[in-house]
Design a protein around this ligand. Structure first.
Ligand SMILES: *[C@@H]1O[C@H](CO)[C@@H](O)[C@H](O)[C@H]1NC(C)=O
Ligand SMILES: *[C@@H]1O[C@H](CO)[C@@H](O)[C@H](O)[C@H]1NC(C)=O
Ligand SMILES: *[C@@H]1O[C@H](CO)[C@@H](O)[C@H](O)[C@H]1NC(C)=O
Ligand SMILES: *[C@@H]1O[C@H](CO)[C@@H](O)[C@H](O)[C@H]1NC(C)=O
Ligand SMILES: *[C@@H]1O[C@H](CO)[C@@H](O)[C@H](O)[C@H]1NC(C)=O
Ligand SMILES: *[C@@H]1O[C@H](CO)[C@@H](O)[C@H](O)[C@H]1NC(C)=O
Ligand SMILES: *[C@@H]1O[C@H](CO)[C@@H](O)[C@H](O)[C@H]1NC(C)=O
Ligand SMILES: *[C@@H]1O[C@H](CO)[C@@H](O)[C@H](O)[C@H]1NC(C)=O
Ligand SMILES: *[C@@H]1O[C@H](CO)[C@@H](O)[C@H](O)[C@H]1NC(C)=O
Ligand SMILES: *[C@@H]1O[C@H](CO)[C@@H](O)[C@H](O)[C@H]1NC(C)=O
Ligand SMILES: *[C@@H]1O[C@H](CO)[C@@H](O)[C@H](O)[C@H]1NC(C)=O
Ligand SMILES: *[C@@H]1O[C@H](CO)[C@@H](O)[C@H](O)[C@H]1NC(C)=O
Length: 358
């Protein structure tokens, strides 16, 4: 490791590329980004894959990832001309790493936090990719898409990923740029961090992990890190974890469309107005396989938008089939199974245009 660092420090991060048939151009790489990529490669050195396919091009001898036709698979660079009078001198930054089913075996090293120009990090379908998600990913101040689904990652979800920052006079000095985070199908444990710092977040999917404890509210103006208004969030999937207590407070999220909290240990009675923003146009709601009690929640505020509603496998009070369901004119899927509903099935339900009742 020391030798690698030394070598890299000695090297000028300059590669010479033939970008056109006439001129010889210079690509000036960031030393820390090249170091970060080499650290990642070193952390994946147990990978069985054929380096000519899955990790084609990844090499400690060709350290420049976007070198003509020998570029590293899944790595995309940006090329900037700094000086317009010197149009053949490019500043090169690594902006995308996208490797799906690349048979990666190894971990994510903390040096990944040096890829500060990274916009997308997608490493999916690599069951041999294990260990923790490094908190240094929170240093990637340009990251928009983080997709680490279908791997073998464990440990807790670093709160740093979602942090915006405000100064002592409480004005915002840095906003998290993250828009999509998908950590589904890993072995992540611990609590769900407060996501309220990520004001640009559109979609959060953390299904099928081992998260425990209560869910924090998604917006918490009183705290240092949960204070950003979540004006963009439309999709939340926390299904198949071990979360307990009340469902998360989503009342501040007016753009919300799809919520999946199924297969957890959420409990208590559901008062829709204390969970949801009633002006949201909720289309998908899955609260199945929890331990909700009390009355079946009256969700008629969403009757014009809900297309899928699943409240099955909870412990709601036995009661007659709820009449309010009749107003759901968009509904294509409804499941209220195993909730001890009594009385007759309301006849008019059958007249809903697209409805499939499970
Ligand atoms: C991978 O790297 C580690 C630490 O640098 C080293 O101990 C190990 O021998 C390497 N494995 C292979 C297959 O190169
Ligand atoms: C890269 O391009 C050069 C010149 O165009 C060619 O000679 C060489 O075979 C190519 N290498 C690979 C790995 O395709
Ligand atoms: C831009 O490049 C020209 C030609 O190489 C050089 O003379 C000039 O000093 C450069 N300007 C800056 C701001 O680096
Ligand atoms: C390219 O531009 C950078 C920054 O403007 C400068 O430091 C470097 O010397 C230039 N390289 C060449 C080969 O002109
Ligand atoms: C996470 O995975 C690594 C590598 O497989 C293992 O050594 C470690 O014990 C695991 N940690 C936890 C908390 O499960
Ligand atoms: C990167 O993140 C770590 C942990 O979150 C932090 O301690 C460190 O100062 C950060 N580095 C930079 C260069 O911002
Ligand atoms: C993440 O990657 C998986 C597998 O490639 C894909 O199915 C999923 O849609 C992606 N998630 C997002 C939010 O794009
Ligand atoms: C937040 O700001 C403080 C000081 O203002 C700084 O030390 C810290 O590294 C910043 N954190 C992030 C995640 O930018
Ligand atoms: C959040 O929204 C409220 C109401 O629109 C506004 O007063 C407040 O300043 C916003 N907070 C931030 C951190 O943008
Ligand atoms: C939910 O969060 C909002 C802030 O967005 C707060 O005003 C409200 O009291 C919270 N509701 C509950 C039931 O905690
Ligand atoms: C919800 O739908 C109504 C009617 O289509 C529309 O007027 C309203 O702006 C929508 N609300 C949101 C938050 O998108
Ligand atoms: C569900 O809640 C009831 C009442 O609070 C409790 O008795 C029961 O043990 C809970 N079941 C599960 C599986 O948590």
């Amino acid at each position: 490791m020391m030798i690698l660092k030394l070598l890299l420090a000695l090297l000028m991060m300059l590669s010479i590329n033939l970008r056109s048939s006439e001129a010889t151009c210079y690509n000036v790489y960031s030393r820390s980004e090249v170091y970060a990529l080499q650290s990642i490669l070193a952390a994946w050195n147990e990978s069985t894959p054929d380096m000519t396919t899955n990790l084609a091009g990844w090499s400690s001898s060709q350290i420049f990832p976007c070198y003509n036709n020998q570029s590293w698979r899944g790595v995309i660079c940006s090329f900037y001309v700094d000086n317009i009078t010197d149009p053949c001198n490019f500043t090169v930054n690594i902006v995308v790493i996208h490797l799906t089913a690349a048979s990666i075996v190894g971990t994510l090293p903390s040096a990944i936090g040096h890829l500060t120009r990274l916009v997308e990090l997608t490493l999916t379908d690599n069951p041999g990719l294990s260990g923790n998600i490094p908190k240094e990913l929170g240093n990637l101040t340009n990251l928009v898409i983080l997709n680490l689904s279908n791997n073998g990652l464990n440990g807790s979800i670093p709160a740093e990923l979602f942090r915006s920052n405000r100064s002592s006079n409480r004005s915002v000095i840095r906003q998290s740029t993250l828009q999509q985070i998908d950590l589904s199908n890993n072995q992540l444990s611990g609590n769900l961090p407060n996501l309220g710092g990520a004001s640009w977040l559109q979609s959060v999917k953390i299904s099928n992990n081992k998260l425990t404890g209560p869910s924090p509210p998604f917006y918490d103006p009183g705290t240092d890190y949960g204070f950003m208004n979540m004006t963009e969030l439309n999709t939340i999937d926390l299904s198949e974890n071990e979360l307990v207590g009340s469902p998360p407070n989503l009342t501040a999220i007016w753009r919300l469309q799809s919520v999946n909290l199924s297969s957890n240990y959420f409990n208590g009675s559901i008062i829709p107005t204390s969970i949801f923003n009633t002006s949201a146009n909720l289309t998908v709601l899955d609260l199945s396989h929890n331990n909700f009690t009390g009355l079946l929640p009256d969700l008629s505020t969403f009757s014009n938008s809900l297309t899928q509603l699943n409240l099955s496998f909870n412990s709601f009070n036995p009661e007659p089939y709820p009449a309010w369901v009749k107003g759901f004119n968009q509904l294509s899927m409804l499941s209220l199974k195993r909730n001890g509903l009594s009385g007759s099935f309301p006849y008019d339900l059958a007249s809903l245009p697209n409805l499939e009742i499970l």
